[in-house]
Design a protein around this ligand. Structure first.
Ligand code: TYD
Ligand code: MG
Length: 445
């Protein structure tokens, strides 16, 4: 017999409890439990029978075919394109370009003769049309429905049988038979779960657009991230033109790939030669160093800028944009202890130009050199910027990082002749600073 039993679900981790708690017993977050109505399914015990396990090598491996969206950077991050029957969640803050990217992808697929569908719950069809006008004829041929009711959306997907479908966004769809307003834990979970079943049964590649909270997590329960096959994060600063797309989870590809885009009047433009862009824009002023970074499988040159200024504050300011704050704290400590550059009385700002984020220890040396250069007011590059990469250890030693040769080759490709990296004669931060200082004095003489 079906019995209604309310549960309290945590919006942070999805934990369910029969009682309300101020603090989630599972993840420890405060005020995240909300009540959900549940109808228990009638219990029926499955017939007991043993299965015969199969060696993994004998399991028939499916050949994964892919739908290429024609947006090279998106296809690369997806691992080669959209997989039919898969669910992709793409998250990002408002105005970052999620609707623009997904409309563009469907436009290309439609132009390629694929059957596509755009479900807009956020904007009216007319609003989406205005965007599509900027994106060109492919986008204008994308069929759209503006709807927020889950059953209607599912019925439309069944009737239209698209190859690829975008749902913009997962937080505005709702099932009226459930309690809770659109975007609540119960609703988001139900919406995503039902869409997933529909996607798998009909082989539709579904892209769910998701909002992110102020902290940058995709709003809604964590279970959403567990449920989908692929989680993409679209990042960047709204005021800046550069946007990066990275995979946080990918059942059909690597999570190392990063796509770089630029927002233009005519929509998002892929930046295939991001290194060239960032090198040309590098200033060569004191505080500027080009970092040879690895973004997934490809090298990327980005400019790290540092500013050091006398501080009136205790403790002084430490501002990091595009690099991890803890990484910056570590570099500052190593500089003070092992590099003879003590910035305890100064405000320190470090940022990666273009709004790009680098999240690898290989950035340490470039950050340290940029800080030392800013502190001394000495520019490191003359005709061409100075490039660097390498990890700093706590004892002031320089550590090798992966793909050193590819990083150096990328720098050479763009004419950056001096690359400071861990290697012959440069084993510590002090030696790196010495090498850079000698080159600077030689130029000055
Ligand atoms: P949008 O895709 O609507 O962002 P999201 O769906 O993530 O909220 O658009 C992001 C911004 O980009 C918006 O402020 C307008 C701007 N934009 C352009 O600059 N050029 C364009 O061609 C388009 C379509 C949008
Ligand atoms: Mg949008």
């Amino acid at each position: 017999m079906a019995r209604a039993a309310n549960v309290f679900a945590c919006s942070a981790c999805g934990h369910e409890s029969p009682k309300w708690h101020g603090r989630c017993p599972a993840c420890g977050e405060w005020n995240t439990l909300t009540e959900e109505r549940r109808v228990a399914a009638p219990t029926r015990r499955a017939a007991r029978r043993a299965l015969r396990p199969v060696a993994l090598g004998e399991v028939e491996a499916p050949r994964i075919e892919r739908l290429r969206t024609g947006i090279g950077e998106l296809d690369r991050v997806l691992g080669g394109g959209l997989v039919p029957g898969s669910l992709v969640l793409i998250g990002g803050s408002p105005g970052i370009g999620k609707s623009t990217l997904t409309t563009g992808a469907l436009g290309n697929l439609a132009a390629d003769g694929r059957n596509v569908l755009y479900v807009s719950g956020e904007e009216s069809a007319a609003q989406v049309r205005l965007r599509a006008e900027r994106l060109g004829p492919g986008a204008l041929s994308v069929p759209i429905v503006a709807e927020t009711e889950l059953e209607t959306v599912l019925a439309t997907i069944e009737a239209e049988r698209p190859d690829a479908c975008v749902v913009d966004s997962v937080q505005v769809l709702y099932d009226p038979s459930l309690s809770g307003s659109p975007g609540s834990v119960a609703q988001v979970r139900e919406v995503a779960g039902r869409l997933m079943r529909s996607a798998k049964e009909r082989g539709v590649a579904v892209i769910l657009v998701g909002h992110v909270t102020k902290e940058g997590a995709i709003a809604g329960p964590r279970v959403l991230e567990h449920l989908v096959d692929c989680v993409l994060s679209f990042e960047g600063e709204r005021e800046r033109t550069y946007r990066t797309l990275r995979a946080l989870k990918n059942r059909f590809g690597s999570t190392n790939e990063v796509g770089v885009f630029e927002m233009h009047e005519q929509g998002l433009v892929e930046v295939a030669d991001a290194s060239a862009r960032f090198v040309t824009e590098a200033t060569r002023a004191p505080g500027s160093v080009v970092l040879c970074a690895m973004e997934g499988s490809r090298p990327l040159l980005v400019e790290v800028q540092a500013l050091v200024a006398p501080s009136e504050l205790v403790p002084p300011r430490r501002v990091a944009n595009g690099v991890d704050r803890n990484r910056l704290a570590l570099v500052l400590a190593v500089l003070a202890r092992h590099g003879g550059v003590s910035l305890g009385g100064s405000d320190v700002f470090v940022s990666v130009a273009g709004g790009v984020r680098v999240d690898e220890p290989g950035a340490d040396l470039a950050i340290a050199l940029a800080l030392a250069s800013a502190a001394k007011g000495l520019g490191l590059g003359e005709e061409v910027p100075l490039a660097a990469f390498g990890e700093l250890g706590l004892t002031g030693e320089l550590r090798e990082v992966a793909h050193a040769d590819r990083r150096t080759a990328e720098a050479e490709k763009f004419g950056l002749r001096s690359v400071v990296r861990p290697g012959d004669g440069i084993r510590t931060l002090r030696q790196a600073l010495g090498a850079v200082g000698r080159a600077g004095r030689a130029r000055a003489a």
